[in-house]
Design a protein around this ligand. Structure first.
Ligand code: SAM
Ligand code: SF4
Length: 389
């Protein structure tokens, strides 16, 4: 197995999924559910404890370098719930000193009021779903906060946590490159150290999909999409927060370590409804895991079986190679071809590498890493498909 340079060590992550939101945003297809009657958090804590014990038995002795509470809306959890889950993680594995512990939060004043509690529980980084910096677009996106409220939440977050990031969605209907430039310059000015900038995708089974089908919502055409992408790279490069991943921008050193676990094809345990994991299990190799998505069904399954896994499959060498490329080529740092060969049992196709080099879609760095160029990133899917074939 090719060794990984310490600089590119993926680490070991734990992902915790909280599947509830106050309302469902019309563009979102994440595993999130609205529960008007409230949620029995104690019952969930017990189920999270069982799942963590199960994964720790499969992957014992690891040192956790990052923990991520994602959703849904984890900022609806009681701080005591977060504390109990962190305590359980610490009981099963050693948690590295200075481990990154992130919680996704919606930027309302109610949630900001809970930030101190999360900090006391051990969270040291928040990722806020700001989505847009103007109220008209926030309304169009079905958000429950104003731009001003969101910026106040960012300020509260930076005063409480060591690290904070926020998300914006661009390529919105009717958005022009000039408008986006202005908005993004302001966002970069307000961003603590990290920004996630996602192009709006019309997901299957969402309200936005229905509106697009009915002709009542028109996403930007391909040329406008490309112009919006170019503005994004330019503004963020000028702001000192270049893309380290397709949609993620950070000051050097402020990258999300947890997401790097995925993109560097590391090991991670995923617990909670609809969570995914990749673990290297003794005697089996790398396994792909995912859990029951429906929250109450997940509770029932975990209470009966001690875990909520509905998928637990050994990945072949070839599947692992495909996954490693798919994830690693999203990163500006690219992938190590020797590690690819060690994992997949095959080399990259020299003819395809040569033609992508020729077209300036990829580059090979002096240390041998293969990465997608700024010219290649806007057509990343095609580049990956070409290399993986
Ligand atoms: C699980 S959600 C975020 C957590 C939190 N519930 C919130 O909405 O603020 C993760 C991020 O994915 C992005 N996202 C979700 N659906 C999207 C879509 N259809 N297109 C682009 N970005 C999307 C949003 O920026 C969102 O903040
Ligand atoms: S975008 Fe966030 S708040 Fe909205 S439904 Fe999705 S997970 Fe929930």
């Amino acid at each position: 197995m090719a060794s990984v340079h310490p600089k590119f060590d993926p680490g070991f992550g734990v992902y915790v999924h909280w599947p509830f939101c106050l309302s469902k945003c019309p563009y979102c297809d994440f595993n999130s559910h609205v529960r008007a009657g409230g949620v029995d958090e104690a019952r969930f804590v017990a189920a999270f404890r069982a799942e963590l014990a199960h994964r720790a038995a499969l992957a014992p002795g690891r040192t956790v370098s990052s923990i991520f509470f994602g959703g849904g809306t984890p900022s609806l959890m009681k701080p005591a719930t977060v504390a109990a889950i962190l305590e359980a993680i610490g009981g099963h594995w050693s948690v590295a000193p200075g481990a990154e512990i992130t919680l996704e939060a919606n930027p309302t004043s109610v949630e900001a009021g809970r930030f101190a509690g999360y900090r006391a529980a051990g969270v040291n980084r928040v990722s806020l779903g700001v989505q847009a910096m103007n109220d008209a677009d926030l309304k169009m996106l079905g958000r429950m906060h104003t731009a001003e409220e969101a910026m106040r939440a960012v300020d509260v977050a930076t005063s409480i946590f060591e690290r904070a990031s926020f998300d914006l969605i661009y390529a919105r209907p009717d958005q022009t490159p000039a408008q986006w430039r202005k908005e993004l310059v302001e966002a970069a000015r307000r961003a603590p150290e990290h920004l996630s900038l996602y192009q709006l995708t019309i997901e299957h089974d969402t309200m936005f999909e229905k509106l697009v089908a009915a002709g009542r919502l028109v996403p930007p055409d391909a040329d406008t999409g490309r112009a919006l992408w170019d503005v994004t790279q330019e503004v963020m490069n000028n702001a000192g927060m270049p893309a380290y991943e397709v949609s993620n921008h950070a000051r050097p050193g402020a990258e999300s370590r947890h997401n790097l676990v995925y993109w560097r094809y590391g090991e991670y345990a995923g617990v909670g409804p609809g969570a995914h994991g990749r673990l290297i299990v003794e005697g089996r190799g790398r396994v792909a895991q995912s859990t029951e998505k429906h929250p109450e069904m997940w509770l029932t399954v975990v209470e009966a079986d001690g875990h909520g896994l509905v998928e637990d499959d050994v990945l072949s060498a070839s599947e692992q190679g495909d996954e490693m490329l798919l994830m690693g080529l999203r990163l500006a740092e690219g992938v190590d071809p020797a590690r690819f060969e060690a994992i997949s049992g095959r080399g990259l196709n020299p003819a395809r590498v040569a033609s992508l080099l020729e077209e300036n879609m990829i580059a090979i760095d002096p240390d041998g890493r293969l990465r997608v160029t700024p010219e290649g990133f806007p057509v990343l899917d095609a580049v990956v498909a070409d290399l993986a074939a």
